[in-house]
Ligand binder design. Structure first.
Ligand SMILES: [Zn+2]
Length: 326
């Protein structure tokens, strides 16, 4: 999916984002994202078991690589799940040409609850899988598609469980769910080759004039013993949203998972939203010293390396955050 930028790229990227976002986006992520005084509502519950089953179901389809049957079936299933959780679903289908010339028949899946609410909170994750395990220590496996249990399915699973909880609690929050496609067909050294689905969404919103108040991206949120420092672009461009999320995580009892340290810069779907002026943060397991989860882009990104505890910690933090929103 993503990769760490060189220092040179970080500087260029940061300058570009700050310029393109201007003062507008940072102003959008101010007081309304801060936790309320008595924030803990009944909605702040989350089932890690349920999230795990949503994750396992995606893996069961097989690697959700664009242009495969597994990808299509997973997409259909996601649409059905969002419908089941009471969301109004819009599918955005588009052919996108990857860096290697492959035409990807992509589909972004977008669902809204309480669409009449004017304030919109966007939760997103990518659901496609990387076609090649090009980080696998065994060179003979580097052309094998990844299961994407963590890289893809975990973020989707936490969002689906969040959608289920919001429906169960009759929440009146205006929450949007976005499962983006074609994130992970990228190549090293070419920023534009990643996050193609998110870029298309940001440049062509499926609803005219759609501008969420802010967005939270979940990516690789199911690894064993995962720790989530703050991601660089998120902090630079939506620092107050990061503050609010980390405060909620601490309030939910997960300070050990969400240290107030910087993890590094990651090219991911949130960057496309930031470019469009939408305050967006990336919750991702990326540490400055150790990098991504060791199973990243390998054939061992599978169910054996998923932790229900991690899914629960992220999900409870997210529900805590949402319970403080109005
Ligand atoms: Zn990836």
């Amino acid at each position: 999916m993503i990769f760490k930028m060189s220092i040179q790229h970080i500087m260029l990227g940061a300058t570009l984002l700050l310029m393109s976002c201007g003062g507008k986006s940072s102003a959008g992520a101010t007081s309304d994202t801060l936790p309320a005084e008595n924030g803990a509502l009944a909605t702040a519950t989350f089932s890690a078991d349920s999230a795990y089953s949503y994750l396992a179901k995606q893996v069961e389809f097989g690697p959700r690589v664009p242009n495969t049957e597994a990808h299509k079936m997973a997409g259909d299933w996601l649409v059905a799940q969002l419908n089941r959780h009471g969301a109004k679903v819009t599918e955005q289908k588009v052919d996108l040409t990857a860096f290697d010339g492959t035409v990807l028949h992509a589909r972004n899946i977008f669902g809204q609850i309480n669409p009449e609410a004017s304030k919109r909170i966007l939760l997103l994750a990518h659901y496609d899988c990387r076609p090649w395990a090009d980080q696998d220590p065994d060179h003979s496996k580097r052309k094998t598609p990844v299961d994407g249990a963590n890289d893809g399915a975990s973020g989707v699973a936490v969002i689906l469980e969040t959608a289920r909880q919001l429906k169960a609690s009759n929440s009146n929050l205006g929450v949007d769910f976005l499962f983006v496609d074609a994130e992970d067909w990228g190549t090293d050294g070419d920023d534009e080759s990643w996050a193609m689905g998110a870029r298309y969404f940001a440049e062509n919103p499926p609803i005219s004039g759609y501008t969420p108040s802010y967005a939270i991206l979940l990516d690789m949120v199911g690894g064993k013993d995962a720790v989530f420092p703050r991601e660089y672009f998120s902090q630079q461009n939506a620092g107050q949203l990061n503050d609010a999320f980390w405060a909620a995580a601490h309030k939910a009892g997960h300070a050990n998972r969400f240290p107030n340290t910087m993890g590094g810069a990651v090219t991911d779907d949130h960057v496309e939203l930031l470019k469009a002026g939408i305050p967006a943060i990336d919750i991702i397991e990326y540490n400055s010293g150790s990098g991504f989860n060791p199973n990243w882009h390998t054939t061992t990104d599978n169910l054996d390396n998923i932790s229900k505890e991690t899914l629960g910690a992220v999900g409870e933090s997210l529900m805590q955050f949402l319970s403080a929103q109005k």
